[in-house]
Every structure is written in C-alpha cells, then in structure tokens.
Design a protein around this ligand. Structure first.
Ligand SMILES: Nc1ncnc2c1ncn2[C@@H]1O[C@H](COP(=O)(O)OP(=O)(O)O)[C@@H](O)[C@H]1O
Ligand SMILES: [Mg+2]
Length: 367
C-alpha cells in the first residue's frame, strides 16, 4: 500500500467521482513530504486523583512519521487516557511525549498542532458544514481567500462538496463524522488523533467510513493515531497496533505479527480465536490459530513432527465461507478448527479426533 503524497491523485474507490477536486496551490504545503511527523512516548504513566492503580502504566512507544497506529484494548484499558495525554487534555504523572524530537508534554492542547476527533462529533450546531470546517482556520486568523480554498479542499477530501451549506442536523451520523474529520485536518496538523470515531455508527456506515479513513491516510500521508476496542477494525486499518491491557502495553506489531505471533495469552485471546495448549517443552502455553489446526481420525495419519491433542467435535457451524469446528479437548479446555467451505469436513459432531499442528505454527506465550 503506497502512501500517496500528491493531493491531486484522489483514489476513486467507493464510486464517487472526485475529478476536479484538485486542491489549492498550497494544499501540499503541510504534507510534510512523505511521512508526516513522528511521535515518541517515553515511560508515560497517569494516575487519576484518588485512584490506586495507574490508568496508563509506564508506556513507551515510537509512532513513525506517516504511520497508521492503532491503540487497541478492552474498555478501561487506558486508550483514551493515553490519547488525551498526546492531545494535551490530560496531564502526565511520569514520562514525556515528543513530536519530531521536541517535548510537547507541557504545551497547551492548541499549541501542539494535532487534529482530534472523538466518538461524538461535537460539531457547532448553528454553523454550516463549511463554517464548521473553516472554524480552526478562522481561529488561526488565516486570510479569507485561504480559508475558502482550504475548506474546499477539505470538503473534497471527505467528499462532501455538495453539503457545504447544510447544518449538521441535516446530515447523517456518518456525514457528520466526515465533517469532524475534515475540520480536524483542515489546518494541516502534525498528526490526526481519533478516539473511537466510528463507535456511534451502525455496521454498514462504520465499514464505509473505515474505507474513507484509510483513503484519507493514503492521500494525506499524515501520522494517524486511532483508538478502538474493535479488533477487526484495528486489523483492517492499521500499519501497526499497540495492544493495551490494564494501562500497560501488551504488544506492539503489525496486524500479521500480532495475529501470527502473539506474545501473551491476552493478545492471543483478544485478537482472533485461539487454541491454548499447556505442557510444552519450556512450560509456556502454546497458542494455535483455528486454521492451523488439522483434524485426524487416528495417530497413523498425523505427520511426523506434528503435535496433537485428543478432542471431541462438539459442533460444526457454517460461517459464510468457512466451517467452524468446535472442539472439546481431553484436558477439559475448548477450542476450534476451521475449514474452508467446499472442502471435505474431517469429522462429524460427537466424533473423537486428533487435533494436530505443526509446531512451527504455534506461538509460545506468557500468561
Ligand atoms: N477522569 C477520570 N477520573 C478517574 N478515573 C478515570 C478517569 N478517566 C478514566 N479513568 C479510569 O482510567 C482507566 C482507563 O480509562 P480510559 O483511558 O478511559 O480507558 P479506555 O479508553 O481504554 O476505555 C479506567 O479504569 C477508568 O475508569
Ligand atoms: Mg476510551
């Protein structure tokens, strides 16, 4: 996936035509060449007054220029607190945060030059779409002509050219969130921070806007920091994902790394389905993804070097393009295997099988 830094090459997926949406002359000014700006989080903690446990606990993370970084974790794991500290809405108890090497920890939010979007769009209800988007520019006292040009460019970016004169209440939730996105990037911030921006939308709109956000990222080349508790959303959008659990970073990696090589039980179980087997050579549990597990009627057919556990097939569910085979292992634990639809099913419910896997396909994890 190449990251275009040319503002006039608009992707045309999604069907709507964007020809003629080319930007004003200075539109590329802030597109900081390839890659935007890097954010470094060093040993950051925050303990809210009266709380015994830190909401964010000694987090260190480098976000690369132009990267799409997602904070993923369950509710209460510290994602919003971490994002708020980057934005400047919450103070740090320890550590520092820098952009391009300069410490921003003590700057007021508006001095950090970061765009922010929340779950609830927080548009000004009495202002038109265009005036909403132009607001940060007027605040920065840009000349009128420049405001108009930048607003036009931002409207084109989120494909709302025809809605410039509407009021927020005359827009759908998805459109309102696109206005919020346009308003957050119109002044060319050093990064865009988003806290569950799709959380209030229904599934279809959410999918649509996911595509829009991915396209914006490609077109702007800007650093994006995105918060979600939805693993699918994180896997779809991100260059890398930082998994949060109880205020701590569990693991940071590309979607593939996290899925194929989880380092902790938490990551294995939060992202995708896992079979967890104890009793490996070094004592750590082994995680095997359902598609890596093969079912055999007897030990004769298990390939040399593969490991196996006895299991009873509990149920077989047809899930769109594959079958999910529920398993009950002899040690009492449960798990699943997966087969593409159209392939022969290896067993029937009630049958006992050997669930086997190539040890190269398991990940040893820490509890
Ligand atoms: N303003 C606050 N005052 C006290 N505790 C808070 C406040 N905001 C969040 N917390 C606590 O900090 C922890 C992390 O919360 P948060 O950062 O909102 O997590 P997430 O965004 O992952 O759901 C939770 O235990 C939450 O209850
Ligand atoms: Mg939150």
């Amino acid at each position: 996936m190449s990251k275009s830094t040319n503002s006039s090459t608009f992707a045309t997926s999604g069907g709507s035509s964007t020809s003629g949406a080319s930007a004003a002359d200075d539109a590329t000014a802030g597109k900081a060449g390839k890659g935007g700006h890097g954010i470094r989080i060093s040993g950051v903690s925050r303990t809210y007054p009266g709380m015994s446990r830190p909401a964010v606990d000694d987090v260190s993370l480098d976000i690369a220029p132009g990267e799409f970084m997602t904070f993923l974790g369950p509710s209460g794991s510290g994602k919003t607190t971490m994002l708020s500290m980057i934005a400047g809405f919450a103070g740090l108890s320890t550590g520092s945060i820098s952009v391009d090497g300069a410490d921003i920890s003590r700057l007021k939010p508006h001095r950090r030059n970061l765009g922010v979007v929340f779950q609830h769009y927080a548009l000004f209800p009495h202002m038109s779409v265009a005036r909403n988007i132009g607001f940060p520019l007027r605040q920065r006292r840009l000349p009128k002509g420049e405001v108009q040009a930048k607003v036009a460019e931002a409207l084109a970016l989120v494909r709302l050219e025809e809605f410039a004169d509407r009021l927020p209440k005359q827009l759908s939730g998805g459109q309102q969130q696109r206005v919020a996105l346009a308003r957050a990037v119109v002044y060319n911030p050093r990064a865009l921070l988003m806290d569950e921006p799709l959380g209030a939308l229904d599934k279809k709109l959410r999918d649509q806007l996911q595509g829009e956000i991915a396209r914006m990222h490609r077109e702007l080349g800007m650093t994006f920091v995105f918060v979600t508790h939805d693993q699918e959303e994180a896997l779809t959008l991100s260059d890398r994902i930082a998994v949060f659990n109880e205020g701590r970073l569990e693991q940071v990696g590309t979607p593939t790394e996290l899925y194929e090589s989880p380092q902790t039980l938490f990551v294995a179980q939060f992202l995708g389905e896992s079979n967890v087997f104890s009793g490996t050579t070094d004592g750590r549990p082994a995680v095997v993804r359902p598609e890596r597990l093969h079912l055999h009627p007897s030990a004769d057919t298990v390939p040399d070097g593969h490991l196996w556990r006895e299991a009873r097939v509990t149920a077989i569910a047809y899930v769109g393009n594959h079958h999910r085979i529920g398993l009950h292992f002899s040690d009492g634990s449960t798990g699943s295997a997966m087969r593409l639809a159209g392939t022969e099913l290896p067993a029937r419910p009630g049958e006992t099988v050997l669930a086997c896997w190539d040890p190269r396909n398991h990940s040893l994890v820490t509890g």
